[in-house]
Design a protein around this ligand. Structure first.
Ligand SMILES: [Zn+2]
Length: 331
């Protein structure tokens, strides 16, 4: 959890949302359960954390910023506030098992110890397995007066409808492109290729920031080289597939589909500024001359199909092998 001092101002594109939540909290108009719903990397968890800090601080500022001094703030900074339960999978991409959610019941039985309020955050909510989700439903059916549950999701369709209907939805819009670019530039400095980072992450500033911090652009170039070798008939598709599989299916399919879409655009005569991967334009332009549109559409379909199952049980290695083998064929 971030330091309390970082909690002072909301992300610029979240200011209206923040003011609204703050006003509702002050007038005691927050419901028992909120569903924070919006795309990956738009800052849902950041705002949830901000709300938690503001609610558990004993003397927040007029803008809702925590004081950083009180007992509540100190407990939050130490990561052991007894009135907060933040539930996440043990590893990203793993399920939240039922015993983690059963513990919510035990937590609620304790009642608020310092603040008179209890907050449970589940992030991401769709990571709850079926048993966990059913267990949570019991808590939602018998809400405790001073408890606030915040569910965070970018894939609400994967939640039980009965859970969704018991939560009040808070929609997180995608940030305005200019605002996102300005913020990212401020975070990363002038040298960073913010345009490419944002294009690769569907305009999600936090995800773009993460990609930069992980050295994602260098890795992407490396993977592109290996993919180009396969497409040119000079690389081993299985070896290439292993490298891609390490990236994880969601990201791998997103990158591959973004390139394939760019190839389709180039083949159809789209202008250069319509290309998402503008930093890879020379490589894509060279490649596209030898490819037929029909074949590109077939690849696009294959990678889209693969992306559809990316968060499920699909084996990343096998899926990437399939894709790379079909790219390695001459037609
Ligand atoms: Zn405080």
């Amino acid at each position: 959890m971030s330091a309390v001092s970082e909690m002072n101002a909301p992300l610029p594109w979240q200011e209206p949302l923040w003011r609204e939540l703050l006003a509702r909290a002050r007038d005691n108009r927050l419901p028992h359960a909120l569903l924070f719903n919006g795309g990956q990397g738009v800052g849902k968890a950041t705002l949830a954390r901000q709300l938690v800090y503001s609610l558990l601080c004993q003397s927040p500022s007029a803008e809702g910023a925590p004081c950083g001094q009180c007992r509540g703030c100190n407990l939050l900074a130490a990561g052991n506030h007894p009135d907060l339960m933040w539930v996440e999978p043990e590893e990203p991409g793993k399920a939240i098992p039922v015993d983690r959610i059963r513990a919510v019941g035990g937590f609620l039985a304790l009642k608020g110890q310092y603040s008179g309020r209890q907050i449970i955050v589940i992030d991401p909510a769709e990571a709850m397995n079926r048993f966990a989700a059913n267990s949570l439903l019991k808590n939602l059916e018998e809400p405790t007066d001073d408890a606030l549950l915040i569910l965070i999701t970018s894939r609400p369709s994967l939640l039980l409808p009965t859970i969704r209907s018991r939560c009040q939805q808070v929609m997180f819009p995608r940030p305005d492109a200019a605002l996102a670019a300005r913020w990212l530039q401020q975070q990363l400095g002038d040298d960073a290729d913010t345009a490419t980072l944002l294009a690769l992450t569907d305009g999600s500033p936090l995800e773009a920031q993460r990609l930069h911090q992980e050295g994602g652009l260098a890795l992407r170039r490396e993977l592109m080289e290996s993919w180009l070798h396969v497409v040119g008939g000079r690389g081993d598709p299985l070896k290439c597939a292993s490298a891609w599989a390490e990236l994880g299916l969601p990201k791998a399919t997103r990158w591959l589909s973004s390139w394939t879409m760019d190839l389709v655009r180039l083949k159809s005569g789209a202008p250069e500024d319509a290309i998402s991967n503008s930093d890879l334009l020379p490589q894509l332009q060279k490649l596209v001359t030898g490819l037929e549109l029909k074949r590109l559409f077939a690849h696009l379909e294959q990678v889209t199909e693969c992306a559809r199952w990316a968060s499920g049980q699909l084996n990343a290695q096998l899926a990437m092998e399939d894709l790379m083998i079909s790219w390695s064929r001459k037609r």
